[in-house]
Design a protein around this ligand. Structure first.
Ligand code: ARG
Length: 444
């Protein structure tokens, strides 16, 4: 086995090896420098250094070269306090007097070297890039002191580091053209780097391992197209997260639609990157949905192949003429769709719900579900008893009834007799599958 095969084998422990291979291929498909920018906060350097080094080292082993950019906020607060220096923040920006700067520089250098050394201890080649990347102007010298606004980014040292087979470990210090060192907010520096690199992934490593919802659970995925306004308007998205979300949306706006942001922890990074489900919060520009009341020509063949890919079976063409279409809800990319049938006694029946595995990881299934439930206050559907999606369906449904080989689900219907009739109706529907497609494992 070649080292890369061994690693793929290891990765497959996280999900299926097919999944790991798919992401590895995807992340290797562009120029090496365009895989990822990873922003590491001071807190992660403080508490998770060895997890961090092994997760980054792992990427290097599989031939990926993330650009790592770090801050040192936590260590700086400590060092300033130890030195008895008062430092003030205005609008979230640390006012950097020359006295503050005398602490900032050594602390940042020190944190940079800690990470480089942790990587080297693992036998991973890494280079410390402390200067010469962010060409800056003063943000507002009167107000903030030695704080920089990035005027342009010089990628030469990053490129040559990667070309030499090393990982670039970048600080968030900038300089003016006259050589004055300026302090740049790490999120601002990360955004500037991202604009210039146009990476496939932007990764924020944080101790929480993702953005948290009202119940303090990690939100798995955010599809900005359908979720952004709702999140910003909801009371529980507090100021820090709000700001982060706005910055991320602005950043993604300027990248290709396939680029995505992941917020995760050092220990979950590998799982986040190499499985569909991930472990953290994935944010994409995402896509909208259209509601269509007929399925004609091109759409028919697109829908057919989507359904076949998702169910791994061939669909008989008669199905199209048998559907009593209420609406087709279709995702912009064509990777998710729901076919809603007029149903029985005026209650719509979900005839097909199809989401590709990658689109599931992006949260497109959940986004599609929101469209459905917003549009249809009552719904029923069926699913094979052994369908792995059933536990998810169960969470969306308020009844689930076993009927022979089927589970029938539904919501919004109170009358028990009505439910019984719907269950019978669902159970008696014809199937339109022909042969099974070769199973997952058989596709290499
Ligand atoms: N591995 C894929 C990626 O990094 C999908 C990750 C899905 N993550 C999630 N938190 N839903 O782009």
């Amino acid at each position: 086995m070649k080292p890369r095969d061994i690693v793929v084998e290891l990765l497959s422990q996280l999900g299926s090896s097919r999944e790991a291979r798919e992401y590895l291929r995807k992340f290797s498909s562009k120029e090496s420098s365009q895989f990822a920018v990873i922003k590491v906060g001071g807190e992660v350097l403080q508490n998770d250094l060895s997890e961090l080094a092994s997760a980054i080292g792992f990427l290097h082993h599989v031939g990926l070269f993330p650009i790592v950019l770090h801050g040192a906020g936590t260590q700086l607060n400590q060092a300033l306090a130890d030195a008895g220096i008062q430092s003030e923040k205005i609008e979230g920006v640390r006012v950097t007097t020359p006295q503050v700067m005398s602490v900032v520089r050594p602390v940042i250098y020190q944190q940079n070297l800690r990470l480089v050394e942790a990587l080297e201890r693992l036998g991973i080649r890494a280079r410390s890039l402390q200067h010469g990347i962010f060409n800056c102007e003063f943000e507002d010298q009167q107000k903030f002191g030695l704080v920089g606004r990035v005027a342009n980014v010089d990628l030469a040292s990053i490129r040559s580091t990667i070309a030499a087979g090393s990982l670039p470990i970048v600080t968030c210090l900038g300089e003016t053209s006259a050589g004055q060192v300026l302090n740049v907010n790490a999120d601002v520096a990360a955004a500037a780097l991202v604009m210039n690199i146009q990476p496939q992934k932007i990764i924020f490593l944080s101790p929480t391992g993702g953005l948290l919802n009202e119940e303090n659970e990690v939100i798995s995925a955010i599809n900005l197209e359908t979720d952004y306004a709702r999140l910003l308007n909801s009371g529980w998205v507090h100021s820090g997260m709000r700001l982060k979300l706005i910055q991320i949306a602005e950043m993604l706006e300027q990248l290709p639609p396939s680029s995505s942001v992941s917020i995760t922890s050092a220990s979950n990074l590998t799982r986040e990157l190499f499985t569909h489900r991930g472990a953290g919060t994935l944010i994409r520009r995402g896509e909208g949905f259209s509601n269509e009341t007929e399925i004609t020509g091109l759409r028919q063949s697109e829908l057919k192949s989507l359904i076949e890919v998702c169910f791994q079976r061939r669909l008989n063409n008669d199905w199209f003429s048998e559907v009593d279409l209420e609406s087709l809800i279709w995702a912009g990319s064509g990777r998710a769709a729901a076919v809603i049938d007029k149903g029985f006694h005026g209650i719509p029946y979900m005839n097909k719900f199809a989401v590709t595995p990658t689109a599931q990881g992006e949260g497109l299934g959940a986004a599609l579900w929101e469209q459905i439930s917003a549009r249809y206050p009552q719904l029923y559907w069926r699913s094979r008893a052994d369908n792995p999606v059933n536990s998810w369906y169960n969470r969306q449904a308020d009844f689930r009834i076993r009927a022979g080989d089927w589970q029938v689900f539904g919501y919004g219907i109170d009358d028990f007799n009505r439910i019984e009739a719907l269950v019978q109706n669902a159970q008696s529907r014809k199937e339109y599958w022909t042969e099974k497609l070769p199973s997952e494992g058989a596709i290499s």
